[in-house]
Design a protein around this ligand. Structure first.
Ligand SMILES: *Cc1c(COP(=O)(O)O)cnc(C)c1O
Length: 429
C-alpha cells in the first residue's frame, strides 16, 4: 500500500507524473511509439529475461500509460496497476491468471449487462464457468463456493444503478474460500468508494466512464491490492509455480514481497499474450480527465440527488431508485461505503410503462440518448431495449433493468437545466 499522505485532490492531479526529463514538458507527453531503443545487447537481454524493468514494446508498457497506472494505483490505495484497452479487456485480463479450463468464479447478478454477457457466453468458451449469486444475499455466495472456485466478482455501485453492494461480508466469504475478491469500481470511482478498505483484493475499472469523464475514449484498468497470498494454496499456478513461458520464473516468489506479483503476471503473461493494450493517446486523455474526478463526482452526486428528488415528486413517475434518497433501501449501505455521494447513475419508472419510457427518451433535448455513462453531459437510455437487450426477462429484473426502467447518468450541467428538460418531456407524455 502507498505511504503517500497527500489528499485525494492532490493525488488526482500529481500522482505518477513529473515534468518530462528530456524536454521539461509539464503535461504528461503522449509517447506515441511502438517500441524503445535498447542501451546495448546486455540491456536488451536483461529486459527480455525479466532481470531489468524497462520499456520494450507498447503492447506491454508505455510511459504515458505508466503515469496513468501509477495514478490510479495511488488513488485506489493499491500497489500497482495495469491499464488496458477497455473495461471489458480489464475483466478478461484480470481473470486470465486466475482461471484454468473447468474452474469457476462467483459473480453478483447485479452487474453491468455487458459483463453478464461476457461471463455467460464468451468466458464459457474457455470453460471459465460463472456461478451467479444474488446481490447482497451473502448465503447465496457461500453456497456456491467449491474446490473449483477461483474468484468472486462484484460491482461496488451496480450499473444500472441504485444498488450499493455490501462489500465486507462478501470479502469474508472470499477470504474463507481462499480466493480473491474482485470489485468493479467503475460507477463509484475511488473518490466515492474505496474497495481495498473493505477487503477487496483486486479492483477493475472501465476508464471510459467517470475516470475519463468526457466520453471521448475507451480504456480499462486492473489494480492489485497487494493483499492476497497467491502461494497459500495450489489454486494459482501462474503465480506460484515456475512459469514455462517466462524462463521458469516464480512470479509470486519474486514479486510477492513488493505486493505486485498479480499486476506483474497480468502484464507479462496475460496482456503480453492476449494483447488488448491501451493506446497512448487514450491513456493521455483519461489521465487529463482524472485531474478533475473529485470535482466532477461531487457535482454528479449533488445533481443526481436533486434530479432524483424532483422525479420522486412528479405525478408521472412511479418509482425512483437512487441510493442517495432518504427512503432508499440502500441508504445505510451508501452511508458506509459511499459517504461522499452515490454517483450519477440511477433508474426510475415512468407511469405508462414501456411506451411512456420511449416517449420520454424521444422528448428530452439536453439529455443525449446513448449507451454510455459517466460523461460530463447528461445521458439517458432505456436499458431493456439496448444495453441489457441480450438478457432474459428474469436477468433483466435481477439486474434492475425491467421493461419500464429508464436509466440516467446525470451530468455536471446546471441542475435546474437538467430538471427543466425532464419536466418539459414529462409534460408531453
Ligand atoms: C462500461 C462498463 C464496463 C465495460 O467497460 P468498457 O470500457 O465499455 O469495455 C464494465 N463495468 C461497468 C460497471 C461498466 O459501466
Amino acid at each position: 500500500m502507498s505511504d503517500n499522505k497527500q489528499g485525494f485532490n492532490t493525488k488526482a492531479i500529481h500522482s505518477g507524473a513529473s515534468p518530462d526529463p528530456t524536454t521539461g514538458a509539464r503535461a504528461t507527453p503522449i509517447y506515441q511509439t511502438a517500441s524503445y531503443v535498447f542501451e546495448n545487447t546486455d540491456h536488451a537481454a536483461d529486459l527480455f529475461a525479466g532481470k531489468a524493468f524497462g520499456n520494450i514494446y507498447t503492447r506491454i508498457m508505455n510511459p504515458t500509460q505508466d503515469v496513468l497506472e501509477k495514478r490510479i494505483a495511488e488513488l485506489e490505495g493499491g500497489t500497482a496497476s495495469l491499464a488496458v484497452a477497455s473495461g471489458h479487456a480489464a475483466q478478461f485480463i484480470a481473470l486470465h491468471p486466475l482461471m484454468s479450463p473447468g474452474n469457476e468464479f462467483i459473480a453478483s447478478d447485479k452487474l453491468y449487462g455487458g459483463s453478464i454477457n461476457q461471463f455467460n457466453h464468451s468466458f464459457k468458451k474457455f470453460d471459465w464457468n460463472v456461478r451467479w449469486a444474488n446481490g447482497n444475499d451473502i448465503d447465496s455466495y457461500k453456497k456456491l463456493v467449491n474446490e473449483k472456485t477461483r474468484a468472486i466478482f462484484i460491482e461496488s455501485i451496480a450499473n444500472p444503478g441504485g444498488i450499493i453492494t455490501d462489500i465486507e461480508p462478501i470479502a469474508r466469504v472470499a477470504e474463507d474460500a481462499e480466493v480473491p475478491l474482485i470489485v468493479d469500481n467503475t460507477m463509484a470511482t475511488p473518490f466515492l468508494c474505496k474497495p481495498f478498505n473493505h477487503g477487496a483484493n483486486i479492483i477493475v475499472h472501465s476508464l471510459t466512464k467517470f475516470l475519463g469523464g468526457q466520453g471521448n475514449s475507451i480504456g480499462g484498468i486492473i489494480v492489485d491490492g497487494g493483499n492476497f497470498d497467491w502461494s497459500k494454496n495450489n489454486k494459482y499456478p501462474d503465480l506460484s509455480e515456475p512459469h514455462p513461458s517466462y524462463h521458469g520464473y516464480k512470479f509470486h516468489e519474486t514479486f510477492g514481497e513488493m505486493g505486485i506479483s498479480y499486476a506483474v503476471v497480468c502484464r507479462f503473461l496475460a496482456l503480453r499474450d492476449l494483447g488488448p493494450a491501451i493506446s497512448p493517446f487514450n491513456a493521455f486523455l483519461i489521465l487529463n480527465g482524472i485531474e478533475t474526478v473529485p470535482l466532477r463526482m461531487k457535482k454528479h452526486s449533488e445533481n443526481a440527488l436533486e434530479v432524483a428528488k424532483f422525479l420522486q415528486g412528479h405525478s408521472k413517475i412511479s418509482w425512483v431508485n437512487y441510493a442517495g434518497l432518504d427512503d432508499s433501501e440502500y441508504k445505510n449501505l451508501a452511508k458506509k461505503y459511499c459517504p461522499d455521494g452515490t454517483g450519477a447513475v440511477f433508474t426510475f419508472g415512468v407511469k405508462g410503462g414501456f411506451d411512456a419510457g420511449v416517449k420520454l427518451v424521444n422528448e428530452v433535448s439536453l439529455f443525449s440518448h446513448l449507451a454510455n455513462i459517466g460523461d460530463a453531459k447528461s445521458l439517458i437510455i432505456h436499458p431493456a431495449s439496448t444495453t441489457h437487450s441480450q438478457l432474459t426477462d428474469e436477468q433483466l429484473i435481477a439486474a434492475g433493468a425491467g421493461k419500464d426502467v429508464i436509466r440516467v447518468s446525470i451530468g455536471i450541467e446546471d441542475s435546474s437545466d437538467i430538471i427543466d428538460d425532464l419536466n418539459q418531456a414529462l409534460e408531453k407524455i
